[in-house]
Ligand binder design. Sequence first.
Ligand code: ZN
Length: 319
Amino acid sequence: MEVAPGIHQITCRFGAQRMVFVYLLVGESASMLIDTGCAHNPAQEILPYMAQIGFDPARLTYILITHSDVDHQGGNAPMKRAAPNARLLCHNLDRPWIDSADALVRGRYSQFERDHGIGYGDAGKAGIYADLDCLPVDLTLEGGEYFRLGAGWYVQAVHTPGHTWGHLAVNDPRSRTLISGEASMGTFIPNIDWTPAMPPTYCYVDTYISTQERLMSMDIDLLASAHWTLQRGAAVGEFIRESKNYVLHVESRLLALARQHPFTLRQAIDELSPSLGTWAAAASSEFAYGMSGNLDSLTKRGLLTTARNADHHIVWSLA
Ligand SMILES: [Zn+2]
């Protein structure tokens, strides 16, 4: 559906119950697709939507990937095959994990195995590989670049780190729309029926909070994100503030736990996750991203210290 003049939101389904919104910006002189979903989503939803609105993918000018994650970059190769004239773009800092499925699986999806004993296992990783059809990007951005899509229509890439180092949003001043990807993650990531699928995977807490401050200072009337309902008007600021407050709430819960006893990441997740959201218990391991971000921040600030247990996993305690 067209959510603002020239901005189309396309719902892409993956897994049993998940969905990701990708966006197609159609101007008179140029066009931009923002994210490509998983490997099957170009054929399943994106190209059928383009056909439905009479948009020839050979006309597509840019494919901009908001960040390195399976449900945002997995369709890059099939999308580029269907739109061979489009330049594939992402932020410089996320390029290595977007270029290569192996780099993404070894980097993002294996990062908690050695220090915390938390991972997806061989079957989980095989499922991730099946959703990934990657391709090296053509050009990287730093944030701030303007794209002219038509007479008087410019959109701008905005560096919004937190969920990843190189996360990008796209700002359209004409309609005051921010296509925000996962720059602000609310208090959970929803399923297709809006029930909580998993905790927000915000990762790098200090930069994530800075991103929320920056977004609150911007003039945004429509927040068009990758997984959440469209937010309009006053709801935009509320969603961004809620995203920031949730991270600070998790931080306070982790500090309170440290006052009770030392803990591993697994223990923190098991003890705190049930009272921080209503996702299925099996999804609570996804809190490794957010909580390890909080714990790194608390450790850097000297509030917690780390040691290793007999399994060589990190144990946090009050400094
Ligand atoms: Zn996502």
